[in-house]
Write a protein that binds this ligand. Structure first.
Ligand code: HEC
Length: 274
C-alpha cells in the first residue's frame, strides 16, 4: 500500500511540475527585453532613437543572425562577426589591419562596435553618418565582403528560414534592402556599453564604488573628456584621427584639420596638452 502511495505522490509531483513549468512559459516569466532598448540613465538622448526602428525580439535576433551570416560575403567565408568579434568588444584584437575575403588586407582595423545609437559619425574618419546604410560599405568593399546588395537579397530570398523570419517581422515578401538594412541595425544599435563600474559610479548605484586610487585618477579621466570635447569643437569629419593627432607625441605645430592651429585648440582646452 505504501508503495502505491509513493507512486501516487510521484505522479502528483510530476503533474504539478508540468503545470508549474507550463505557467512559467506562458505567462509569469519576466518579459525579455531587447538589449539596448532602454537609454541608460547617465547617457544623453540617442541620435538614432529607438522610435526610429522600434526594437523587437524577433527583429533583434534576426539582425544577430544576419551579422553572423557568412553568405553576406561573395565567398561565403566572411561575416560581419569575422572582423567584429564579440570577445574583443566587437573589434578585431589580433590583426593590425582587417582581413576580408581571400585574406585581402584592408586599410584599417575593425573598431569596437558599441553605443552606435549615440554616434553622429561612424568609421575612423567619420565618413559615414547613418547606422542603417553604413553596412553597405563593408558588404561591397572588395577588400572586405566583396558582394553586391542584389546578390545578398537573392541569397536571403532563396532561404525559406529567412523568408519566414522576415515575414514574421515585416509581414511582406520578398525581403527588400530596406528590411535587410533595418534588421541589421536592430542588432548593431543594441550593442550598448553602460555596465562598467564607472557607469555604476556616475549613476550612484550600489556596485559602483571607485577606489581611492581610481578617484585620484579622476583628473586624468576629465582630460579624456576634454579631448572628446575638443574634437567635437573642431567639427571635423576626422574625429578619431584628430584625437589621435592631439594625443600623439611629439606635438606638431602644424595646423590640424580645417586650418585650426593646434595652439588655438590647446589654449581653449589646456587639458589637451599632454
Ligand atoms: C573585413 C573586415 C570587416 C567586415 C567583414 C565588416 N567590417 Fe565593419 N568595419 C571594419 C573596419 C576596418 C572598419 C573601420 C573602417 C574605417 O574606418 O574606414 C569598420 C567599421 C564599422 C562600423 C563603424 C563603427 C564606428 O564606431 O565608427 C560599423 C557600424 C561596422 N563596421 C559594422 C559592420 C557590419 C554591420 C558588417 C557586416 C555587414 C561589417 N561591419 C563587416 C571591418 C569590417
Amino acid at each position: 500500500m505504501a508503495r502505491y502511495s509513493w507512486i501516487a505522490l510521484r505522479c502528483a509531483i510530476a503533474l504539478a511540475s508540468f503545470f508549474l513549468v507550463g505557467c512559467n512559459k506562458e505567462g509569469t516569466s519576466p518579459a525579455w527585453e531587447v538589449p539596448g532598448a532602454t537609454v541608460p540613465a547617465n547617457f544623453p538622448a540617442p541620435v538614432y532613437a529607438a522610435a526610429q526602428n522600434p526594437p523587437t525580439r524577433e527583429a533583434y535576433e534576426l539582425g544577430r543572425t544576419l551579422f553572423y551570416d557568412t553568405r553576406l560575403s561573395r565567398t561565403g567565408a566572411v561575416s560581419c562577426g569575422s572582423c567584429h568579434q564579440q570577445s574583443g568588444a566587437f573589434a578585431n584584437a589580433d590583426h593590425r589591419l582587417s582581413q576580408g575575403v581571400e585574406g585581402r588586407l584592408g586599410a584599417r582595423n575593425a573598431p569596437a562596435l558599441q553605443n552606435l545609437r549615440w554616434k553622429t559619425s561612424l568609421l575612423w574618419d567619420g565618413g559615414a553618418t547613418h547606422i542603417e546604410t553604413m553596412p553597405l560599405a563593408p558588404i561591397t568593399d572588395p577588400r572586405e565582403m566583396d558582394e553586391t546588395l542584389d546578390n545578398v537579397l537573392q541569397k536571403l530570398n532563396a532561404d525559406p528560414a529567412y523568408q519566414q523570419r522576415f515575414a514574421q517581422v515585416y509581414g511582406e515578401r520578398p525581403i527588400t534592402s530596406y528590411q535587410f538594412l533595418r534588421t541589421l541595425a536592430q542588432f548593431t544599435a543594441a550593442l550598448t556599453s553602460a555596465n562598467s563600474r564607472y557607469d555604476h559610479y556616475v549613476r550612484h548605484e550600489a556596485n559602483g564604488a571607485l577606489s581611492a586610487a581610481e578617484l585620484r585618477g579622476w583628473p586624468q579621466h576629465a582630460r579624456s573628456a576634454h579631448l572628446v570635447t575638443a574634437a567635437s569643437y573642431l567639427r571635423t569629419s576626422r574625429f578619431a584621427i584628430t584625437v589621435w593627432t592631439l594625443r600623439s607625441p611629439p606635438i606638431r605645430a602644424a595646423p590640424i584639420s580645417r586650418g585650426v592651429p593646434r595652439t588655438q585648440v590647446a589654449s581653449k582646452y589646456p587639458a589637451c596638452v599632454m
